[in-house]
Write a protein that binds this ligand. Structure first.
Ligand code: SF4
Length: 354
């Protein structure tokens, strides 16, 4: 079972699009009010544009205030000065901010070794209604295939059972136009399994790179290698076999060339023939990690084990960008744990400095 941080959950199944009852104990209800109670100030509607250095320290952050739509700059620039800066802008946003700021990066580590746990999926038509949009979402997982082959063998994958809320399912359920409409009409009987590939542990899984577009926004280039394609095919097979074993009437790989298969043998033969290439297999990710990796050696890392930047004295990074590899698990708890540990240490250090 996956533990859930909820209080008084109504099991409505809406977690992925915002909890209507405040049962989900997200940062909006926990850490942010806690920080405000301790005199933190919250500035919202700002986009961090650039950290500006003076000698070996960050002097200030330049931010753009957004207009009423929340995404278009209003033309107003805000300058934030602080003694210490902590970046937590995500595994894509944090390297993006460091690159835009042209901070020291003598070994070209920023934006490198970005991981995503590439994900593929199968859907199954079950004989009874299971209403996959209700109830506590994604409560079951399996690591049976995750760590078995170590780091030298084929890529491992974690299996999870995602919720199929209609708004999310429409992006996953196979087909376009009428076929997709027909599939979505079957949603109450539909079940899905997803596989999250544990990327970055093998030389043939070399990770992606974050760079900047012309407008300064960050973009991730992530190569799906033959090694990963083999893992994705194997994952389709595993997920289909599990679904038939659980009584599915039919299974479809979430792949443009897959039909509905009505037996495990038919699925096995067909999945083994599917072209494993971009824009045919539908892949997605919810776990971005790395890009400002931590390590003891500045030659291959951006921050040390406490999230402190190797070259900039008053800059720390406390988010998933400091993971040196992917982790093969949903990263939220590890991000919280690292941030709590590193923030406590930083607070002690700053208190000592007076
Ligand atoms: S299932 Fe999720 S969205 Fe619904 S009440 Fe519980 S925590 Fe909130």
């Amino acid at each position: 079972m996956i533990p859930r941080n909820v209080k008084g959950c109504w099991n409505s199944g809406y977690c992925g699009v915002g909890c209507p009852t405040n049962a989900k104990q997200g940062a909006l209800l926990t850490t942010i009010p806690g920080a405000l109670d301790h005199k933190a100030q919250l500035f919202h509607g700002l986009r961090a544009e650039r950290l500006v250095m003076n000698q070996d320290r960050i002097d200030h952050l330049l931010a753009s205030a957004m207009g009423p739509d929340g995404v278009t700059p209003s033309g107003i620039t805000v300058t934030l000065k602080a003694r210490q800066f902590v970046v937590a802008a995500s595994a894509i946003g944090s390297p993006g901010l460091l690159l835009r700021s042209q901070l020291p990066d003598p070994y070209h580590c920023v934006g490198k070794r970005s991981f995503i746990h590439p994900v593929n999926a199968t859907v199954a038509r079950m004989p009874a209604k299971i209403d996959p949009f209700y109830g506590a979402p994604q409560s079951i997982y399996s690591d049976e295939f995750n760590f078995k082959a170590g780091t030298d063998g084929p890529v491992g994958y974690k299996l999870e059972v995602p919720p199929l809320h209609p708004a999310m399912a429409a992006g996953v359920v196979p087909g376009h136009g009428q076929p997709q409409r027909d599939n979505l009409g079957q949603l109450p009987w539909m079940q899905s399994v997803i596989a999250l590939l544990r990327d970055g542990f093998h030389p043939d899984s070399p990770a992606g790179t974050v760079s900047l577009r012309d407008d300064g926004s960050p973009v991730l280039d992530y190569p799906i290698t033959d090694y990963l394609w083999q893992g994705l095919r194997k994952a389709y097979l595993t997920m289909a076999e599990i679904q038939f074993a659980a009584g599915a009437e039919a299974v479809q790989a979430v792949h443009l060339d897959s039909g509905w298969y009505t037996s495990w043998n038919q699925a096995k033969d067909a999945i083994n023939q599917l072209p494993m290439k971009p824009h045919r297999a539908r892949l997605f990710t919810a776990h971005q990690m790395g890009g400002c990796g931590m390590g003891a050696d500045p030659k291959n890392s951006v921050v040390n084990g406490f999230g402190e930047h190797h070259q900039v004295a008053n800059l720390s990074i406390h988010d998933a960008s400091i993971f040196p590899t992917s982790i093969g698990a949903n990263p939220q708890l590890s991000v919280y744990a690292l941030a709590a540990r590193n923030s406590n240490r930083l607070a002690q250090k700053l208190r000592k400095q007076g």
